[in-house]
Design a protein around this ligand. Sequence first.
Ligand SMILES: C[S@@+](CC[C@H](N)C(=O)[O-])C[C@H]1O[C@@H](n2cnc3c(N)ncnc32)[C@H](O)[C@@H]1O
Length: 271
Amino acid sequence: MNKWVWLCPSFAIGLVAAVFTLWGLTWWSALLAALLLVCPALLLWGLAVTRRYPEAANEPTPETRGMVMNWQAPFYDWGCRAVGLGRNFRDATLRHAALSSGEQVLDVGCGTGVLTRLAAEAASLSGHAVGIDPAPRMIGVARENAARTGSQAKFKLAAIERLPFDDSSFDVVLSSMMLHHLPPDLKHDGLAEVYRVLKPGGRLVAVDIDRPANPLWWLLVWPLLLMPATAANMRGEIPDHLRAAGFDPVQVKGRWVQWLTFWVASKGDKS
Ligand SMILES: C[S@@+](CC[C@H](N)C(=O)[O-])C[C@H]1O[C@@H](n2cnc3c(N)ncnc32)[C@H](O)[C@@H]1O
């Protein structure tokens, strides 16, 4: 879906409202009638699209207490672009990751795999990138997109708190917008798993919600304090979780629109 897709429902609502106005309805009742007509039609269309998308078939769905995003998969990339998490955001994440050709990369909570595919390109030749997510539809869409674009990225159904990989398997782990999907105890268990699968000297590059940098952002996003998973992020506790998992040093590398932070956390020295 491209960034202008929102024009279609708006156009449909406008057109139906115009027809009703020509029939003699006042503009506000025409608009109401158009909304009542078009919105259910859009809902049905959305359900049809969701059903058409593939699931990761014949694989057990991992149990997790994380906030799994499944039905959102067909619309997810469009939603990201709509809220400013499009290509520039992905490029910024990869800049902080500074991947080199030949590195083995894991993307935890990969969603539709946009970042995983870009990482696979950056680590090309002898390197590889694998994305994991417990949502069957996310993994289904990720695999379909990888096949369509000829990407070498691979995708697995799995949860961060039980990573199906040997110790010291990866040079880099990416975590983009997923830590706020985990309640505090799962943040702890998940980051311990990430630490385990990283090679000595490896790095975790995480971008996620952090304590808002100014009062205006607090006004906008304070409801996130009501959920334990997001509240820990809002209170600025991600660095504590990273250090508790064994990462040292933990560095802040930059901010994205005042409320997301990029961290690079290392598993000790390479030497
Ligand atoms: C906001 S999305 C981020 C997706 C992608 N990383 C991105 O940057 O667009 C968060 C993802 O975390 C996944 N998730 C939830 N619980 C998880 C868990 N326990 N382990 C791994 N991923 C999880 C969700 O299913 C969802 O796809």
